[in-house]
Design a protein around this ligand. Sequence first.
Ligand SMILES: Cc1cc2nc3c(=O)[nH]c(=O)nc-3n(C[C@H](O)[C@H](O)[C@H](O)COP(=O)(O)OP(=O)(O)OC[C@H]3O[C@@H](n4cnc5c(N)ncnc54)[C@H](O)[C@@H]3O)c2cc1C
Length: 425
Amino acid sequence: MTEHTASYYAASANAHLPWPQLEGDAECDVCVVGGGYTGLSSALSLLERGYQVVLLEAARIGFGASGRNGGQIVNSYSRDIDTIERNCPPDQARLLGNMLFEGGDIIRSRIERYQIQCDLQSGGVFAADTEKQFHELAAQKARWEKWGNDQLELLDRHAIRQVVNTERYVGGLLDRRGGHIHPLNLALGEAEAIRSLGGRIFEQSPVVEIIAGEPVTVRSHKGRVKARFVVVAGNAYLGNLVPELAAKSMPCGTQVVTTEVLGEERARELLPQNYCVEDCNYLLDYYRTSADHRLIYGGGVVYGARDPADIERLIRPKMLKTFPQLAGVKFDYTWTGNFLLTLSRLPQFGRIGSNIYYMQGYSGHGVTCTHLAGSLLAEALAGQAERFDAFARLPHYPFPGGRLLRVPLTAIGAVWYSLRDRLGF
Ligand SMILES: Cc1cc2nc3c(=O)[nH]c(=O)nc-3n(C[C@H](O)[C@H](O)[C@H](O)COP(=O)(O)OP(=O)(O)OC[C@H]3O[C@@H](n4cnc5c(N)ncnc54)[C@H](O)[C@@H]3O)c2cc1C
């Protein structure tokens, strides 16, 4: 658990108080397991509807992907709506299409409502390395416009140079409804909002057992929570607590670096409008500048890479391919974080029995979908499950080989790419 301390976000986090550890017994309507965006958004949406909520976090708020990600507010899901339209009945595709941009809207409204200081900036660019990717971006623009996003602009080779100062790309797509945030400060702000609504959060309180029943009993080392409902929101950090969830997903690492302070002028030379950028490759690069004018650059998919020298060796060539002008720039922070890959790359929502819910597997694009997930969960518990179930009905496949194949990148690539193609996803 040391790698979080090396993150730029931990070093630039807003002042915050730690939460107590769970000791003894507690009761509530809903017990949430995990203090990332899925858990925080669930807790907040439930509290806004008047439920009593206890959230248990194994380490600390934002310890997982939510406190160490690229901070990019990327709309849609890890697979776009065309994949869903091809593989799902029209009524389900319509429900999911109508929610494509809701996660981002939830983030913005939370930031405003709870006055969360997390450096929100509008505008995200999808950058194409090839003509084929550029044509696909044009098709994506048409799809997203059909579902209501009128803030998109296709950028040709010349236009993308005006917003990303590199010769690397043949074009791109600007989404003004995208953008970026300081991810840990968003999580910490959401935790404070939970406090303001009377929610109880316990840190350093790993859940070691969930005992089904009515109520469900959730056991940690030094205490227990009895609840009418449980929300499992541990994502890539859940381990084998719920074996049926572990079987159908695979934790993957991705690495991020933060440069020394470049200064405003140099930062704006790289990204003049302060948009964030991700490219269109499966193993994608993603980057943006921070409020104090550093470049935050992520990429790679290496599970368990923690050594700062390894991370630097992995990311520096990627960064220099995009911005050769940064040769010689120092990295002040390097870290790794885990996201949860599913075979279809679509998120996995569902129920175990009637009162244990789960949402996981955003496959690398979870900043917006986690926020949607929490909102839909609260809606479902309040009796309106149609939209939650539109996600729950998405097909899920177990990873062949299960836990044994979780580590090597080669295994991920070989199994995942071949199966994805064979399943038509
Ligand atoms: C490096 C990196 C960069 C990324 N960049 C982007 C990006 O720019 N844009 C984007 O859209 N997505 C990005 N993602 C993905 C996105 O961050 C995740 O999809 C999202 O944060 C997942 O949130 P979560 O709450 O489901 O999981 P997490 O944030 O991982 O939270 C899970 C929490 O559950 C806790 N937990 C686990 N087990 C237990 C237990 N037994 N008891 C109690 N607590 C437990 C963990 O300690 C952890 O805090 C990135 C991911 C990574 C790793």
